[in-house]
Design a binder for this molecule. Structure first.
Ligand code: FES
Ligand SMILES: [Fe+2]
Length: 358
């Protein structure tokens, strides 16, 4: 069931002029670590997809349906050359071409399944969805050097949401909720978060929200992971890029480094948030968290990972609850407050990108 969500000046209706999703984008399909020795089934933007890594180590994405009798290919097995259907054994390569029909000497020309452009970069598997799926992707998938620079240790996971992707965007672009939702991890005094200095800028289809909080008490995750001396200066930089959001947060001992210095020290958490619609009303949230421990790298990463997963579970509870209530109350208008500037800009951009070009 599709639910209209009204934001002033922005409509979320799917009409004949609107796609439910912003297309011509590289979306996050999986973490590289999820594509190992088994097929990975995931519905992305209403397309049931199977992903697999072939014998050469290359990840592919095919429609998750055997062209013979429709068994999901994800029920099959991976071989050196491709994926073998688990019903009658037809073997398909990464382009979706059938290489073998067991017991038959020829392969019928129609024996193929649809494939989708995929690129694996910096530990992330990206998939392209275009308005014209026959057209080549418009450039390479984004890089994410945080995973590969060697400056950070990182880990991640994939969550499923019974809620539309827009509500995850709203949540990530408005971190004022930390003081109410995440008291046990990255939160702290709610007044501090609600009164943070906030600067929102737009560059094309990207939105950057920068928030600073000076002379505040470090929250539990920070003190568990880093030897702060007392009060800290905190920053949150939320970088919205349509298919994903990069969030750089952290803190320095109060009054030391300038929060505008790109090379500032202190404790850093760099979050990568792939928000990939599953359907109009459900989404995949594929995230990683990277940090810069002073010592005990493995142990600190474990702590930060556990607290981040706990934090994101808290968001999931709020967002799914919020969505259920939207269904319960039907099309009620929403209102905006000061913390919604970034979220509203992102909604405006998504609305523009969902417009079908003719
Ligand atoms: S259903 Fe796949 S080979 Fe028959
Ligand atoms: Fe949150």
């Amino acid at each position: 069931m599709s639910v209209q969500m009204h934001i002033p000046g922005v409509s979320d209706l799917t009409t004949q002029d609107k796609s439910p999703f912003a297309l011509d984008q590289w979306y996050v399909a999986a973490l590289s670590s999820e594509c190992a020795d088994k097929p990975l089934a995931r519905t992305l933007l209403n397309h049931p997809i199977v992903m697999f890594r072939d014998g050469a180590g290359v990840v592919h994405a095919l429609e998750d349906r055997c062209c013979h009798r429709s068994l999901p290919l994800s029920a099959g097995t991976i071989e050196e050359q491709g994926i073998r259907c688990g019903y009658h054994g037809m073997l398909f390569n990464g382009e979706g071409r059938c290489l073998e029909v067991p017991g038959q000497s020829t392969v019928p020309p129609r024996a193929k399944v649809k494939n989708f452009p995929v690129q694996e970069r910096d530990g992330i598997v990206w998939i392209w969805f275009g308005y014209d799926q026959q057209a080549a992707p418009n450039g390479d998938a984004p890089s994410y050097p945080v995973h590969t620079s060697g400056e950070y240790v990182w880990g991640g996971d994939a969550f499923h949401y019974d809620a539309p992707y827009q509500l995850i965007h709203d949540n990530l672009l408005d971190l004022s909720h930390l003081g109410y939702v995440h008291l046990q991890t990255i939160g702290g005094d709610a007044r501090v978060h609600m009164n943070a200095e906030m600067n929102t800028t737009t560059d094309g289809d990207n939105v950057l929200v920068v928030r600073h909080m000076h002379g505040v008490t470090p929250p539990p995750t920070y003190t568990a992971a880093y030897p702060f001396e007392g009060k800290i200066d905190r920053w949150q930089e939320i970088d919205f890029r349509v298919s994903h959001i990069r969030i750089w947060t952290g803190g320095v001992d109060a009054g030391t480094d300038d929060l505008r210095d790109p090379n500032r020290g202190g404790f850093h958490m760099r979050g990568f948030h792939g928000v990939t619609p599953e359907t109009e009303t459900s989404a995949h949230y594929i995230w990683t968290i990277a940090t810069n421990p002073k010592a005990n790298h493995e142990e600190t990463l474990k702590k930060v990972m556990a607290q981040t997963a706990f934090t994101f579970e808290e968001d999931k509870v709020v967002i799914e609850n919020q969505y259920q209530n939207m269904i319960r109350f039907g099309n009620q208008p929403l209102m905006s407050i000061h913390v919604d500037v970034g979220a509203n800009r992102a909604r405006f951009i998504m609305e523009k990108l969902r417009t079908i070009r003719r």
